[in-house]
Design a protein. Structure first.
Ligand SMILES: Cc1cc2nc3c(=O)[nH]c(=O)nc-3n(C[C@H](O)[C@H](O)[C@H](O)COP(=O)(O)OP(=O)(O)OC[C@H]3O[C@@H](n4cnc5c(N)ncnc54)[C@H](O)[C@@H]3O)c2cc1C
Length: 434
């Protein structure tokens, strides 16, 4: 038999062995949430405990979403399927349940969930990983819930893209100049990385769409980026803010710091300064808060995140581990303050949770969480980005290359083919060569 055939049969046999359900007498590890932290935890558990534990992963989605690329999905530079990884393919060997966990009985050690058809299920656990991440923060501002576009899922990103394109088309068809101007006004609230990325890239997208429509030649496109803070990208290195601010201004974005909105209406928003801005597009990027399941657990929390030790264990509950946005993991490199809610931390914490769970079952040694921030990347579209890998500030093409290289690297780590190397983002209006 040809060597290639033998290898292929061997691989098939191994895959079949991995997908077979593990015997019920083995310790049962349940991972709730398959985002950055949960996905990394599940993969680590499969590697470390193959054949030694039953591993069940429960998520309301059947795929892992690479959230940092949602702004690119929203402006159409990346196809949605490129930012999703099917769980059944990437977590072979785990029992997968598509459902939303709605109750954890800590005394009885059971997890209950609701599936998409309204059915219920329940399973026991010996070890539990809480990795449910965070949800968008909705402030009690009238009209926001009804009129704003959120930004947490592929479907929301696609819906925003369609909405923006539709506004340009409706503006093109409008005879009333006021309506045309309102259709071409886009307001983003929140100048964190999500709001800044989607605004910078959105401005480039609409510049391209408008350039294709002679009827809109005389109508300016207006993007506004509002934030209560004194600068864009608050909380990140001020040098990144400087780069982002420059790019936003070059693209004609009206950046208003120290400003938010006080009301959202179907055809306008009222700014906190009192003035009204006619618009049909309000993009809501005002931070995140831990998933509501965290509060429902009834365990100690810190700013809504589950309190854990540096070993990611919940104090007094040695069978429960938490990681990612849902957990207040002490950052020993920053005097024990909770680690930032970033993909970088979530992934590493997920891997460590797997290691420490294996250790708790007698395989290997536990470790403490310790990770020095590697820096941050902000994709601004075209040849623009802001990045500070290992604290070195970069802008322009160098930053864009680091940003995309980093993305490709991350996607490979998660077993995902990433063909996107260049940029299909249109050049911003001011920079386009004619
Ligand atoms: C638009 C956007 C852009 C971002 N950009 C960046 C960036 O550029 N750089 C960066 O470092 N970070 C970025 N982040 C933050 C980063 O994505 C998060 O810090 C990271 O996703 C946290 O990982 P996690 O595993 O804790 O949560 P998530 O990745 O959110 O995963 C949580 C998982 O839990 C599941 N889940 C939730 N509740 C339940 C339940 N009750 N039952 C079952 N399953 C449940 C969810 O479906 C989800 O799959 C961005 C976030 C967003 C939304």
């Amino acid at each position: 038999m040809a060597l290639a055939q033998q290898f292929s049969r061997m691989r098939a046999r191994r895959a079949a062995a991995r997908t077979r359900a593990a015997p019920a007498h083995l310790p049962h590890v349940v991972v709730v949430g398959a985002g950055f932290a949960g996905h990394a935890a599940a993969r680590g558990l499969l590697r470390r405990l193959h054949g030694r534990a039953r591993i069940t992963v429960i998520d309301q989605r059947d795929h892992f979403v690479y959230l940092p690329l949602l702004p690119e999905v929203a402006v159409g530079t990346i196809e949605p399927r490129r930012v999703a990884i099917a769980l059944n393919r990437s977590l072979r060997g785990a029992e997968l349940i598509t459902g939303a966990v709605d109750h954890v009985d800590i005394d009885a050690r059971t997890v209950s969930w609701r599936d998409v058809d309204g059915g219920h299920g329940r399973t026991g656990y010996d070890r539990l990983v809480v990795a449910v991440g965070s949800v968008g923060k909705l402030l009690p501002i009238p009209g926001v819930a009804e009129n704003a576009h959120g930004f947490r899922s592929i479907s929301e990103a696609l819906s925003l893209r369609d909405h923006v394109v539709r506004q340009v088309e409706l503006a093109s068809a409008a005879v009333d100049p006021a309506e045309r101007a309102a259709r071409l006004t886009f307001v983003t609230v929140g100048a964190g990385y999500t709001g800044t990325e989607v605004t910078a890239q959105g401005a480039a997208l609409t510049a391209l769409l408008v350039a294709d429509r002679p009827t809109l030649a005389e109508t300016p496109v207006r993007w506004m980026l509002l934030d209560h803070s004194a600068r864009v990208l608050p909380g990140l290195d001020p040098r990144l803010s400087g780069v982002a601010d420059r790019v936003l201004h070059e693209r004609g974005v009206d950046v208003r710091t120290g400003t938010s909105i006080s009301e959202a209406m179907p055809g306008a928003v009222r700014l906190s300064t009192g003035s009204e801005v006619p618009t049909h597009t309000l993009i809501w990027c005002v931070g995140v808060r831990p998933d509501p399941l965290v509060a429902a657990l009834g365990l100690a929390t810190d700013r809504g995140r589950l309190v854990v030790g540096t070993d990611l264990r919940v104090p007094d509950h040695p069978d429960i581990f938490a990681c990612g946005d849902a957990a207040a993991v002490p950052d020993v490199t920053r005097h024990g303050a909770p680690t930032a809610m970033t993909a970088q931390h979530a992934t590493r914490q997920g891997r460590l949770a797997a290691r420490n769970i294996a250790a708790s079952l007698g395989y290997g040694r536990a470790r403490r969480y310790r990770h020095h921030d590697l820096g941050f990347v902000v994709e601004l579209g075209g040849a623009d980005a802001a990045a500070n890998p290992l604290g070195v500030p970069l802008s322009g093409v160098a930053a864009a290359m680091v940003t995309r290289g980093f993305t490709c690297m991350r996607c490979r780590v998660t077993g995902y083919a990433w063909p996107w190397t260049g940029s299909s983002m249109p050049a911003p209006a001011g920079k386009r060569s004619r």
